[in-house]
Design a protein around this ligand. Structure first.
Ligand SMILES: Nc1nc2c(ncn2[C@@H]2O[C@H](COP(=O)(O)OP(=O)(O)OP(=O)(O)O)[C@@H](O)[C@H]2O)c(=O)[nH]1
Ligand SMILES: [Mg+2]
Length: 458
């Protein structure tokens, strides 16, 4: 299916109306196929120097019939100086769904095969131009919703995470090699592998792994965004808060308690992190089935939301309902929004202790920046950091399994010197796990799992 001797083609730009669409071709026959379909002044595409462009007409060739499909610019790449390291061409035609599709059809009729999703990047990996971490960074960059997520992906594409893993891999291989060496002389009086030096090296490797594992939370945040739910009793100003956060009038606001029934979810960016912000029905006992259904949804979100903006009406004393609700929330992940401060504040300050509180008058537009700042601090857990690559779920699972092998090895070494055969085999599987992160080791299923997430043409 992934025969690398094939020449593959696909539309690389998104469907829909646009100025230009790009169709890319990669593989040994790229230039021969280009010769077949392009009519141009001067030398044929295969006779052009790499890095040059050809202006011409692209024709569909069926039998003796030649139909002009589009006026195009064709870029010539020659192995190994291309995305895939293969001979390749990129054809820029007119945008819109149809023109590009017709170009693609002409290429397929002239000997190319339709690329699988991610097959260009898969070839870039298989040819050794990029490792698996960089291939994944391509997908992260395409999917990035915020500047910060994009910056992290670019760092990873640039190889910063690859260097970290390569270094770890090299250190582990060294330790393993020194242990394996003792296995070759079982009869000899070796002083045992329980040298404190080996243990110390493994402990330092473990520390480095822990540091990488700590980037996972941030990775989830950047890739998936944070879920933030607005909760509180009816009429306190939850929908007003949603609108103020978004800067548009998204939810209906009224003086009638019980205005919001269903949950309303919107996306926004806060300090470069994607946020999914959800407004909910006010929490109270109601006789209305529709409102109760909304309240149930709000309670379900209360149980699983990563972050909560809990709104109270500061012009009245805090109710027992508020206290019950707050008892279910964690102060580390909640911002208490004391709203309606334009009115006489009657809330007891003792009730606000232990919480991060922001006083607002949302109706006057006051305090919204403070709410964003308080929420941003909770989510990002500190001041902004320079762009850096962060690990994903796949990397995390592999580090976790490598780490547990290393911890066992350290324990064995700390004890009676350990069974060197067991220690060596544990380290070997730790090395294998780390190898799967960068793709030093891989299997087809792993590549399928990664590259099928890509779009066709990437
Ligand atoms: N005085 C005052 N009124 C406010 C403030 N913020 C919102 N309100 C008013 O409070 C009323 C309720 O606002 P909403 O945003 O609809 O409240 P809610 O919490 O979404 O209400 P439900 O959807 O019914 O649960 C509206 O009349 C708002 O104009 C404020 O800061 N001060
Ligand atoms: Mg509302």
């Amino acid at each position: 299916m992934h025969d690398a001797t094939d020449t593959i083609a696909a539309i690389a730009t998104a469907a829909g109306e646009g100025a230009i669409a790009i169709v890319r071709v990669s593989g040994p026959a790229s230039l021969t196929i280009a010769d077949r379909v392009i009519a141009c002044a001067g030398p044929r595409p295969s006779e052009r120097a790499p890095g040059t462009f050809v202006h011409g007409r692209l024709r569909a060739v069926t039998g003796d019939c030649r139909e002009i499909v589009d006026e195009v610019i064709l870029l010539v790449y020659r192995a190994p100086h291309s995305y895939t390291r293969e001979d390749s061409v990129e054809i820029q035609g007119h945008g819109g769904a149809t023109a590009a599709r017709r170009i693609l059809r002409a290429l397929l009729e002239s000997g190319a095969r339709l690329a699988e999703p991610g097959e260009f990047t898969r070839r870039a990996f298989l040819s050794g131009r990029i490792d698996l971490l960089q291939a994944e960074a391509v997908l992260d960059l395409i999917r990035a919703q915020t500047d910060r997520a994009a910056a992290a992906a670019v760092e990873q594409l640039d190889g910063s995470l690859s260097r970290a893993f390569d270094e770890l891999y090299g250190r582990l291989v060294n330790v393993a090699a020194s242990i394996e060496a003792t296995l070759d002389f079982p009869e000899e009086e070796v002083p045992g592998i329980a040298t404190s030096e080996t243990g110390a090296k493994l402990k330092s490797i473990q520390k480095r792994m822990d540091a990488l594992l700590r980037t996972w939370d941030e990775g989830v945040l950047l890739r998936e965004g944070a879920t933030v739910v607005i909760l509180g009793r009816p009429n306190v100003g939850k929908s007003t808060l949603l609108n103020a956060m978004l800067g548009v009038s998204r939810a209906i606001v009224s003086h009638m308690p019980g205005t919001t029934r269903d949950t309303i979810e919107e996306s926004m960016s806060l300090g470069g992190v994607g946020i999914r912000l959800t407004d909910t029905a006010g929490l109270r006992d109601s006789d209305c089935d529709v409102e109760n259904a909304g309240i149930e949804r709000a309670k379900a979100l209360m149980a699983k939301a990563a972050y909560v903006l809990y709104v109270i009406d500061a012009s009245v004393a805090m109710t027992s309902d508020d206290r019950d609700n707050l008892a279910q929330l964690s102060p580390g992940r909640t911002v208490l929004v004391a709203n309606k401060c334009d009115q006489t504040v009657r809330i007891d300050p003792n009730d606000l202790e232990a919480w991060t509180v922001v006083h607002t008058s949302l109706i006057r537009g006051e305090g919204i920046d403070a709410v964003k700042a308080a929420l941003g601090t909770k989510i990002l857990m500190g001041p902004p950091t320079p762009p850096h690559a962060v690990i994903s779920e796949r990397h995390r699972n592999l580090i976790v399994s490598a780490r547990s092998e290393i911890v066992e090895a350290i324990q064995a070494l700390d004890g009676d010197g350990g069974d060197s055969v067991l220690v060596a085999s544990g380290l070997r599987s730790a090395i294998a796990s780390l190898g799967l992160v960068t793709g030093r080791e891989y299997h087809e299923e792993l590549l399928d799992a990664i590259f099928t997430q890509f779009c066709i043409g990437k």
